[in-house]
Ligand binder design. Sequence first.
Ligand code: AMP
Ligand code: FE
Ligand code: FE
Ligand code: ZN
Length: 285
Amino acid sequence: MRIDLHTHSTVSDGTDTPTGLVLKAVAAGLDVIALTDHDTFDGVLEAQEAGRRAGIVVLGGIEVSCEHLGRPVHLVGYGCDRGAPRLLTELARVRSARSGRLQAMVDRLVALGLDVSVDDVLAQAGSSPSVGRPHVADALVGKGYVADRDEAFRLYLAEGRPGYVPRYSVPLEQGIDLVHEAHGVAVIAHPWGRGNRDVLTAPYLESLVRDHALEGIEVDHQNHDPATRSLLFEMGGRLGLIRTGSSDYHGRGKHDHDLGCNLTRPSAYRDILRRIGERGGELPR
Ligand code: AMP
Ligand code: FE
Ligand code: FE
Ligand code: ZN
């Protein structure tokens, strides 16, 4: 069984529609994917319907924009009840903060001499309810200022670069609690990617397991080098965490994140399904 539990569609910052993503997953020889768009469930139903037609299992998921000590931390929720009121309210707050910071980002880019507007960014985001820096990057690509998203982040949009504007994110502990309240399973995405190792320390992760019943961490991810993967695998085992692996596929939006480039072991996947089932969350259909 080939299982990839972290992917994005055009509903957030991926470049394939949910249906297109499912068809590519089939072509990549996957048996199971989870759709984990940023801060929205809007693509899940379409992906599951496409999955039924194409003969592949689609687990409903979400990647919640959280923070700890002011650093962005991404929390994946699997099998959440997509109508859970308090989770939905918090997601709406994050999405509104996403839209709200666009003008400030554009103002910064304009001050740097780049001719780009909020409308340019929204045109790139299309109908996505979850507008983010990747769409700003796409607008810069569209204007010919940078070659691709990577260059846009490197020059302008990454933390510490002149176009970066922070936005509201959910305190991590609260995010975990909200996923659980929605009967979902909480897994921290790429915990030690992009400099977060000093923030998500082993003692802190241990406290999340103890006090918030955190269930898992993503171990095999392109932002983790082999040594980091070994350390996370060992630590996750010690803490009794489910250890996942996934591509974090964004279509053309991220190089070197091809579908199936990292996989989740069937035993870990079954563990996730069992827990969703036990608490009455949404199992894949
Ligand atoms: P936002 O949520 O709008 O702050 O944008 C964060 C998203 O941008 C992440 O989910 C990634 O998809 C992407 N991203 C963040 N940092 C980088 C980077 N350095 N290079 C490329 N993409 C990035
Ligand atoms: Fe993303
Ligand atoms: Fe992420
Ligand atoms: Zn992701």
